[in-house]
Ligand binder design. Structure first.
Ligand SMILES: Nc1ncnc2c1ncn2[C@@H]1O[C@H](COP(=O)(O)OP(=O)(O)OP(=O)(O)O)[C@@H](O)[C@H]1O
Length: 214
């Protein structure tokens, strides 16, 4: 039997500088496995930067952190547990919708029902369309299908409600809710607190480079 670490995410005194700008100033964070966190903050507050740090795409300038018990600097281990759904959807423009999902599954050595996942997000008829020909909302739906298929233990979601119509926003809530019901730890950066909090009730605000419980 595998035992879960006490914390899915943990940061201690994390500072992060990008270029001349100090984005994070001594951030502490403890997130329990399976917890859902909504991350709020004004434009430019550093939400995306914090998600990228938790995904091990950026290193702290100072301080330390762990993801599912692994040191943030151990990118290879951390990336086995984490999926970041970026704000721009992070898809391959020359691959079709189905190929994008197939590729993501293969990268993680996983199997999954790609056709069903596409159908779920309303992209069944667009399965053969290349990423570059999708609308912004369709790209978001495809990224959502990917996050849902991969079901990584820690799923970080950057502005999932942007560019979506009402049905799309409801779909985001439904699929992210299913991930949480399955025990996934969720961090959702959003400008729509009421929507995000329904699936990720604990709310943190990033301001002046520091995190505070809302
Ligand atoms: N690669 C980079 N080099 C230098 N500065 C950067 C870099 N990436 C982001 N920044 C700066 O970091 C700050 C935080 O940006 P970030 O994208 O994390 O904010 P955000 O809270 O996600 O904003 P938004 O709500 O607008 O998406 C901004 O001032 C931005 O200009």
């Amino acid at each position: 039997m595998t035992t879960l670490p006490a914390h899915a995410l943990q940061l201690r005194g994390v500072w992060l500088r990008l270029g001349h700008e100090v984005i994070l100033r001594g951030v502490d964070l403890d997130v329990a496995p399976g917890e859902g966190v909504t991350l709020l903050g004004e434009n430019g507050a550093g939400k995306t930067t914090l998600l990228r740090l938790l995904a091990s795409s950026l290193r702290p300038t100072r301080g330390e952190g762990r993801v599912m018990g692994f040191d943030l600097r151990d990118s290879r281990s951390v990336r086995d547990f984490v999926h970041l759904m970026p704000v721009d959807a992070g898809l391959y423009p020359d691959l079709t919708c189905a190929e994008n999902l197939d590729f993501a599954l293969r990268m993680h050595g996983q199997r999954g029902d790609v056709a069903a996942a596409l159908g779920r997000v309303g992209l069944g008829p667009a399965a053969g369309r290349r990423g570059r020909f999708l609308s912004a909302g369709m790209r978001k739906r495809l990224a959502l299908a990917r996050a849902s298929l991969l079901r990584r233990p820690v799923t970080l979601v950057d502005e999932p409600f942007a560019n979506l119509d009402a049905a799309g926003r409801a779909l985001v809530q439904e699929l992210l809710g299913e991930l949480r019901d399955g025990g996934v730890t969720l961090v959702v950066a959003a400008h729509e607190p009421a929507l995000a909090q329904q699936v990720a009730p604990r709310t943190l605000t990033l301001a002046g480079g520091q995190l505070a419980e809302a």
